[in-house]
Design a protein around this ligand. Structure first.
Ligand code: NAD
Length: 372
């Protein structure tokens, strides 16, 4: 069979290693000749990343720690104003996807280079994807200016990540790998990276599920999150990410937990339509069935399984369905009709679909659903 594909390797410089962050960030700022960096922090990192902050203090002009999940537009504006007022010449982000996302919001309008130090498994640090939420609607886009120049992965900084957050964040990374198998830019290289990402992430989740203090698990998960972000950056995303962004933007749901809930349902509806990818995923999970492998891992790890667990009610399910339907067409192996969206979101909510075949009912059959 002949091969035909496009693949553009990323320009990000990646440094990985326990205890490397302080020196590596200082070196990166030197290399880009920065002496007035704006540090963007998850509030939790002020004390935890003290070594990094102390080391780069002479190169730092200010610290912004007003980071919030899903990057609300007023937060992006406040961070941009600070960067402008101090004439920042670079951004150092230290924290989860929300800190990276805030740094990206600044870079989007200023073009400032980012040095990113991730402290969760979100993977945003290796993607050119930004997201900003205005009045409950999360807009996302792709722009080369927001792709960090240097990423420093230091497992030491993730040892403080609470167990529940680690598990949920690992499922966010798994979602990047899984969707990378069929997203529009998928190619043999991204599939290879995504398969190894799933293998390493599943290994890390299993180790953490058995022993919450399992030290090698953090390194596996961080390495897996890098692979996941790399595959996602190149392959792109689709229905799964759209649903998670709608839910996160509209109801301020925790991003990682939302991924953990939605992913098995998106995989279940697509797996029959992508037998080769499903077989590769199953093999990466170490099982014969991809969806069963993912669900087994979620159960073992105690990951959240329903949107109702995350605090969503039935009225909000209807709102979410409406918002996703309005975003159609969305590329996906199984063509996405309004009925598919309805089945998917109700199933993720925890109300089993009345038929097992996704998208076979007429949308009007759901008009009897009422909010409890
Ligand atoms: P987050 O950054 O909001 O962090 C979750 C919580 O964990 C916060 O309270 C934070 O302070 C805390 N925290 C972070 N690191 C910690 C550590 N090492 N120890 C203890 N506490 C720690 O959540 P997230 O899931 O990492 O990121 C979610 C955001 O990232 C969303 O806005 C999502 O859209 C975005 N995201 C973007 C991309 C992309 O490619 N653009 C990819 C993934 C996620």
């Amino acid at each position: 069979m002949s091969r035909s594909f496009d693949y553009r390797p990323s320009s990000v410089q990646v440094l990985f290693g326990e205890g490397r962050a302080a020196e590596a960030v200082a070196d990166a700022l030197d290399a880009i000749r920065s002496s007035k960096a704006l540090v963007v922090l998850s509030p939790s990192q002020r004390s935890r990343a003290a070594d990094v902050l102390d080391r780069i203090e002479p190169l730092t002009a200010a610290v912004f720690d007003g980071v919030e999940e899903h990057v609300p537009a007023p937060v992006a504006e406040a961070a941009r104003r600070l960067a402008e007022s101090m004439s920042a010449d670079a951004i150092v982000s230290i924290g989860g996807g929300s800190a990276t996302g805030t740094a990206k919001a600044i870079a989007l309008t200023t073009g400032l280079p980012i040095v990113a130090v991730p402290t969760t498994f979100a993977g945003s640090e290796v993607t050119p994807v930004w997201g900003i939420t205005t009045d409950g609607i999360k807009r996302t886009g792709t722009d080369a200016r927001v792709l960090p120049k240097v990423v420093v992965y230091d497992p030491l900084l993730l040892r403080s990540l609470p167990h529940r957050l680690s598990i949920n964040s690992a499922f966010n990374a798994l979602a990047h790998c899984v969707e990378a198998f069929w997203a529009q830019g998928a190619n043999p290289v991204t599939s290879l990276i995504a398969a190894e990402g799933v293998r390493v992430l599943a290994q890390g989740v299993r180790a953490l599920a058995i022993d919450q203090a399992a030290s090698p698990a953090v390194e596996d998960l961080l390495y897996g999150s890098f692979l996941a972000g790399t595959a996602f950056a190149s392959a792109g995303s689709g229905l799964h990410h759209k649903v998670c962004h709608v839910l996160g933007g509209a109801f301020n749901l925790p991003h990682a937990a939302t991924h953990a809930v939605v992913l098995p349902h998106v995989l279940a509806l697509n797996a029959p339509h992508i037998p080769d990818a499903a077989a590769a995923l199953a093999s990466a999970f170490g099982t014969s069935d991809a969806t069963a492998g993912l669900v087994e891992l979620a159960v073992l790890a105690g990951a959240p399984r329903t949107l109702s667990e995350l605090g969503i009610n039935a009225t909000q399910v209807l709102e979410a369905i409406d918002l996703v339907v309005r975003a159609l067409p969305i590329a996906n192996p199984l063509p996405v009709t309004p009925a598919v969206v309805e089945d998917l979101i109700w199933a993720a909510y925890g109300r089993p679909a009345r038929t097992r075949t996704f998208g076979q009912r007429r949308p009007s059959e759901h008009t009897g659903e009422t909010a409890p």
